[in-house]
Write a protein that binds this ligand. Structure first.
Ligand SMILES: Cc1cc2nc3c(=O)[nH]c(=O)nc-3n(C[C@H](O)[C@H](O)[C@H](O)COP(=O)(O)OP(=O)(O)OC[C@H]3O[C@@H](n4cnc5c(N)ncnc54)[C@H](O)[C@@H]3O)c2cc1C
Length: 401
């Protein structure tokens, strides 16, 4: 049986995946008394094609979590290939800022490892209970959370700040009325499956007008192979027969990859995502904050949501530690500044209104935004840096050219 919840914490974080678990870990490492709650179970899966960008790997490396990710079998990714029609551009992952290898860990592993790191730092981590409401003071300030446990008993927990890391349909965002001030225009649909037996040839992204495909090596020799298409095609073709529609779109975009897949073994069923428009929401107010998809969601076609969540956990934890309205406003404006180009490029790629030259140009914008993001993270004050992962010093210096 779980120990009873304490009546008061410095911070309550709702949602224990990449955004919430990282934020809770960073706050606990700063000495705060943190409650981290997720209604799901530890190690539960979620929809995701798993790819981490350099900024995300950098965060895991600096937090000391990357070794655990590797130990759980995430495959090393040492190059990225962009295939525009029949033109292949292969980019090695160069050594920069302590990162020379990317990873795409299964969420069953990554999210649980981050929550474990939060627990190691002293956070009280609970799976099963769910947030049902917030507690407000008479001036409207959020002063706590109402949490229903697995036995349906309801607890009121006081906190200086309640952080909603509770995803796209965030209860925290809804309850505080966090308004969206930027919305996407396009939403791509996707379907993906995990295949064993494919060679690890790094991340591979393929583009043809109206369809995009990716192959992403993940844990234990499996490769995530996804197709992204306009939502109307998903409705018309895939919703009735996910398998057939998935294989048809895959072959249309890359016959070579479709042939590889036909030699592999499907480890899990094909999963579909009908698409969802992006948003940026007001992400702080008196006694509350949002992080991850709860506050900012962009189309997953550019595979950046996890990396952004890890980045924003860092900025939010620093702001919460400072504890001022000004610091919280700076958290949101930094997030928006670092995300604007990522948001726009992702939205444009998700619209499928490009030709092959157009999508290459969008990738150049994306690459500039990603470099800017990494530079911003690297420039953060090292004095306040949490534990460094000294044992994961780069080991593939040959890539560094
Ligand atoms: C099809 C698809 C593919 C994607 N591929 C990639 C990719 O390749 N790379 C990438 O970086 N990103 C990808 N993303 C985006 C990425 O998955 C999200 O950005 C990321 O999961 C956001 O993490 P989060 O922690 O903010 O929220 P979530 O992962 O949504 O987690 C929210 C958590 O909050 C919990 N919760 C919700 N409400 C409550 C409540 N009331 N009480 C208690 N707990 C609650 C939920 O149980 C959940 O565990 C993809 C997304 C989709 C849909």
């Amino acid at each position: 049986m779980d120990a009873p919840l304490k009546p008061r914490y410095d911070a309550v974080v709702i949602g224990a995946r990449c955004a919430g678990a990282s934020t809770a870990m960073l706050l606990a490492r700063r000495g705060m008394d943190v409650l981290l709650v997720d209604r799901d179970r530890r190690g539960a899966d979620t929809l995701s094609t798993l790819a981490l960008m350099r900024a995300g790997v950098l965060q895991l490396h600096r937090w000391g979590v990357l070794d655990r990710v590797r130990a759980e079998g995430a495959a090393p990714i040492r190059s990225t290939s962009f295939v525009y029609g029949d033109e292949v551009i292969e980019v090695p992952i160069k050594l920069r800022d302590g990162v020379d290898t990317l990873y795409a860990p299964r969420r069953t592993s990554l999210d649980a490892l981050l929550a474990d790191a939060a627990a190691d730092a002293g956070a009280d981590v609970r799976y099963g209970p769910r947030l049902v409401d917030l507690v407000h003071a008479s001036d409207g300030r959020v002063t706590g959370a109402v949490i229903e446990d697995r036995d349906r008993a309801v607890h009121r927990v006081a906190a200086d700040v309640v952080i909603g890391a509770d995803g796209l349909k965030s209860t925290v965002a809804k309850t505080v009325g966090a308004a969206a001030y930027r919305e996407g225009r396009h939403a791509a649909a996707a379907a993906y499956a995990f295949w064993s037996g494919l060679e690890n040839r790094g991340n591979r992204w393929y583009y043809r007008p109206g369809v995009s495909v990716g192959a992403i090596p993940t844990n234990h020799g499996n490769t995530c192979v996804f197709v992204a298409i306009p939502p109307a095609r998903f409705r018309d073709e895939l919703q009735g027969d996910m398998d057939a529609g998935y294989h048809r779109a895959l072959r249309e975009c890359s016959a070579a990859l479709a042939d590889e897949v036909s030699q592999g073994v499907c480890a899990e069923r094909v999963r579909g995502f009908p698409g969802h428009l992006g948003h940026m929401r007001q992400s702080h107010g008196p006694g509350w904050a949002l992080v991850g998809d709860a506050g900012y969601f962009k189309d997953p076609i550019t595979a950046h949501g996890i990396s952004d969540a890890l980045r924003d956990a860092e900025y939010l934890a620093r702001a919460v530690e400072q504890g001022t309205e000004r610091a919280m406003a700076a958290y949101q404006s930094t997030r928006d500044e670092l995300s604007a180009a990522l948001f726009e490029s992702s939205d444009a790629i998700a619209g499928f209104e490009w030709n092959l030259d157009g999508v290459q140009a969008l990738h150049k914008d994306l690459s500039r935004a990603m470099n800017h993001e990494v530079e911003a993270l690297v420039s953060l004050d090292p004095q306040t840096e949490p534990t460094l992962d000294t044992s994961s010093t780069p080991h593939h210096k040959g890539d560094a050219s």
